[in-house]
Design a protein around this ligand. Sequence first.
Ligand code: HEC
Length: 195
Amino acid sequence: MIWRVIFAMLLVATVTLLGIGSRGRGEVRSVPRAAFTSNAEAAAHQDSSHEGNADRGQELFLLGNLACRACHSLKPGDDRESAPSLFGIGSRATREEIERSILEPSAEFAPGYKNVTIFLLGTEEALSGRLLIDSADYVIVQDYAGDEIRIERSKIKTIEVGISDMPNGLTQYLTPQQFADLVAFLMALTTSQEY
Ligand code: HEC
């Protein structure tokens, strides 16, 4: 019950911020960037009343100016420096996880793409890179030169998690329907679907 109220409040706030009510009167829709908080954005987009259309989502992904393809491949095994391949994403992630990946890229990281800075005990030294392996005894970090470095846990003071290389707000100008279409397209990218 309470979450419904919170959701409704966020939705009203978002609608007000977006000026959706004034669109019909032909006013220019100008949206200050700061008006978007990830929660309000999520509330506006994750409206379950919108059934996504995967074909329209494919058009958005392939032809739209969303920049997804600048970083992501859709081919199997084509994980790049810039981003993991989205091949099979519909088989390994739920709809909620996919939505979250887009709306809050830094909330969770695809395996091997977590940006970290590791501070070592007894020294001012720190090492930044991507966390490739995170085991009980040691971690393996790929530094920005591409070298893989193994560090024993016993030598680590702290591990700070940074932000994702995937920018926030990429889909903020999509309508809720377009966002649902984009997610439906990604959901349809199963391991038997090759591009
Ligand atoms: C500047 C590069 C960049 C752009 C542009 C970009 N992404 Fe990403 N994306 C990443 C990186 C890096 C990751 C892995 C780190 C993370 O999970 O945040 C990622 C992760 C993801 C994931 C989770 C993948 C997994 O295997 O868990 C999804 C889904 C995704 N992106 C969708 C999109 C969509 C849709 C767009 C376009 C609206 C987009 N990305 C644009 C870099 C990018």
